[in-house]
Ligand binder design. Structure first.
Ligand code: FAD
Length: 437
């Protein structure tokens, strides 16, 4: 039976990042993906500013930049027909360059990752489906694979990294995936052409029956993701329902009225889930395989890359010790939990807010007046400010006091008020905006 040092399942951002870092550390790495690249993936394709450092470390940023991706200057948010509030990324301490996020197609991004993995010596086996894991004495010892000709074979390694995404084989084998109760969400996504945006920002529009994220892309296009309760579109033609719901919001209509989707809409359902702790050694989960939050804040790619970085640190320790038991590998899970837990709490709080019309409108209008709060939130969403800046009692107190301020008490206002998109300076009531709510 063939053996290697590390087997990686999945060639998305998490799998490739893990494979690249391990191969660069001298490990023999075999990466299996059931797809043939270039392969596409439903995604908002908006990459957090903090990912730049990781992309640089992986030696792929120059290649990405050579494809002339769009750089976005922040996030614009509107809630339930309220004003569209522009939240530019705040400056990063010690950095003179303006902070930006990338808008870049997954088709290209994931191909660049795969090419880099091959370049550093990873044995990449496309169209190879890992259909099971092998186990011995409570340790994963390798994988069972089906090749493109449907031949089956096994490979062994002291360490398997499962980066198979939302439907990773480990989640099914060990029944680790816990879907959030009552979550009936479905995401509908397509690339558009001829979209016209006021600014190079990521636009989040919250209204009934769902929210959308739109990122301008290079060449005048846009990536438009709509998240709704799947019961809203049951029995309907997906392309028509997607278009109708998008166009029912005047702010989206403004950008998309002369645009058209350049492909059929793609759907992905049951978004958020969490993952139980692994019951075995010899195995690590990275990227979406470790849990998924609804994509409102668009940080999945950053989390995938960062979790790979943390996993590789622990994997290298395990190699030094020659010990791949849970005891050693669990260090990665602890670090991952410590680093991401507050961010996950924030994401859940935002999902709660989105669903609550009154609080959501109040919060967005507060962000318009309180630049300090908007800066903290956008910096945390962009993954370059620590989540504790927002997931804290101090922030909550400022938020609540800000609500009182909104009633005209003038307690804390710094009178920012300059964040509106220029064209939308009139009060919403004075525009042609008719929200479906
Ligand atoms: C609607 C939507 C919008 C999103 N928008 C954004 C956004 O704007 N910004 C952002 O940062 N994130 C976004 N995300 C999240 C982002 O797409 C994911 O977090 C990211 O792709 C995770 O990367 P990954 O490497 O863990 O998994 P994936 O990218 O899913 O890669 C998994 C790979 O594993 C392979 N695989 C799986 N199982 C097997 C197997 N058994 N054998 C062999 N191969 C296998 C698959 O073929 C695939 O190539 C969005 C997600 C959704 C659903």
């Amino acid at each position: 039976m063939k053996s290697t040092d590390v087997i990686v399942i999945g060639g998305g951002p998490a799998g490739c990042a893990s494979a690249i870092l391990l191969a660069e550390s001298g490990k023999r790495v075999v990466l299996f993906d059931r797809a043939r690249f270039p392969r596409d993936k439903v995604c908002g394709e908006f990459i957090s500013p903090a990912a730049d450092d990781l992309l640089t470390e992986l030696n792929v940023l120059t290649q990405i930049e050579s494809c002339s991706p769009l750089r976005l200057g922040g996030v614009a948010i509107s809630a339930y027909g309220g004003p569209e509030v522009l939240c530019p990324y705040p400056a990063q301490a010690g950095c003179r360059e303006p902070v930006t996020s990338l808008s870049f197609e997954r088709l290209q991004l994931d191909q660049i990752f795969i090419d880099r993995a091959k370049a550093v010596g990873v044995e990449v086996m496309e169209e190879h489906h890992v259909y099971d894991l092998t186990l011995e004495n409570g340790q994963v010892t390798g994988v069972k694979v089906r090749d493109p000709e449907k031949h089956e074979f096994e490979m062994e390694a002291p360490l398997v990294i499962d980066a198979g995404g939302r439907n990773a084989i480990s989640l099914r084998k060990f029944k680790l995936r816990k879907d959030e109760k009552g979550n009936h969400k479905i995401a509908l996504a397509a690339h558009w052409q001829e979209a016209r945006f006021a600014q190079k920002f990521c636009y989040m529009h919250i209204s009934r029956p769902g929210y959308s994220g739109m990122s301008p892309t290079a060449g005048g296009g846009a990536n438009v993701v709509l998240v709704v309760d799947h019961r809203v579109i049951k029995g309907k033609n997906l392309d028509e329902a997607y278009r109708d719901i998008l166009m029912s919001n005047a702010r989206r209509r403004k950008f998309l009225k002369d645009a058209r989707p350049r492909e059929k809409v793609r759907a992905i359902d049951s978004l958020a889930f969490r993952v139980e702790p692994l019951p075995v050694g010899g195995l690590m989960l990275v990227g979406d395989a470790m849990g998924f939050i609804d994509p409102f804040t668009g940080e999945g790619i950053y989390l995938a890359l960062r979790s790979a970085r943390l996993a590789v640190d622990s994997a290298l320790k395990a190699f030094t010790l020659g010990d791949f038991t849970r005891r050693v590998l669990a260090e990665y899970e602890d670090r991952r939990h410590r680093e991401f837990n507050k961010k996950f709490i924030l994401c859940r709080a935002l999902q709660f807010l989105i669903a609550n019309r009154f609080l959501c409108k109040k919060t967005v209008s507060l962000l318009e007046r309180r630049r300090d709060l908007a800066d903290a939130l956008v910096g945390v969403i962009g993954d370059y400010l620590p989540p504790g800046k927002v997931v804290s009692s101090a922030f909550l107190i400022k938020l609540v006091m800000g609500f009182f301020d909104a009633e005209g008490k003038g307690m804390l206002s710094e009178g920012c008020g300059q964040n509106r998109t220029p064209e939308l300076k009139q009060t919403p009531a004075s525009t042609d905006i008719q929200e479906l709510e």
